[in-house]
Ligand binder design. Sequence first.
Ligand code: AP5
Length: 213
Amino acid sequence: MILVLIGPPGSGKGTQAKILAATRKFPQLSTGDMLRTAIAQGSELGLQAKKLMDQGALVPDSVVIGLIGQRTLESDCKVGFILDGFPRNVSQAQALDQMLKTQGREVDRAVFFEIPDEDLVKRLSGRRTCVECSAMYHVENAKPQKDGLCDQCGSSLRQRDDDKSEVVRKRLQVYHEQTAPVVGFYERQSKLKTLDAAESAIQVSKVLTDILG
Ligand code: AP5
C-alpha cells in the first residue's frame, strides 16, 4: 500500500506513521526527517534546508522530489510505504503521481488529519524529539520514563528549532496557503479519507486502522 498522510504541523502524522510502520511493516518516508538528517550531517543540502526550515518556509520542490524519488526505489519500499510530510503542495502531488506512474504504481489512499489550529500550538510547543533515533515525546501527553531521556535509546531529548512559537505561526500560514489544497487534489481522485486528529493518539490510531482495513 502507498499511503499519504496529510495534515498541518503537529496534527500527529509522524506519531501515526511510526505506529503504522511498526505494525504493518511499511517504511515511513518523512521528508522532514530526511532534511533533519542532512542538517545533522552538515551537508550542503542540509545547510540550505536549515535556513528555510528555521523560517517555517518550504524547501524547494526539486529537493524533496529528488529525495523521495531516490528513497522509493530502495528495496524496502517494494511492499509500499507511508508518506509523512510529502506531498506538501499540488506540484509535489502531481510530481509524485508522475514518479509512481513510471514505477507502475499509484497512491492507494490519502488520509487528512483534521484539527483546529489552536490545538496545534500546544502540541508543538510541548514536543520533544530524541537526538539519536527521532522517537517523539510530549511534555504532557507522552512523557518519557526518565525526564529528558529517550525510552528507546537513552539519548537526550530536545525541542526542534522550528517548534518555537513564531516559527509555528509561519508554518501554519504556509500549511493553509500551500498544503491544504493537496486535500482537494486527493478528494478529486476519490482517494481521500478524513479523521478527527484532535482525538487521543490511541483513538486516532484505531480510526486509521479502520480506514485502512
Ligand atoms: P516536518 O518535519 O514534516 O514537520 P510538519 O509537517 O510540520 O509536521 P510535524 O512533524 O511538526 O508534526 P506531525 O503532524 O508529524 O505531528 P507529530 O506526530 O510530530 O517538516 C518540517 C519542515 O521541513 C517544514 O516546515 C519544511 O521547511 C520542511 N519540509 C518537510 N517536508 C517538506 C516538503 N515535502 N516540501 C518542502 N519542505 C518540506 O506530533 C506533534 C506532537 O503532538 C508530539 O509531541 C506528539 O507526541 C503529540 N501528539 C501526536 N498525536 C497526538 C494526539 N492525538 N493527541 C495529543 N498529542 C499528540
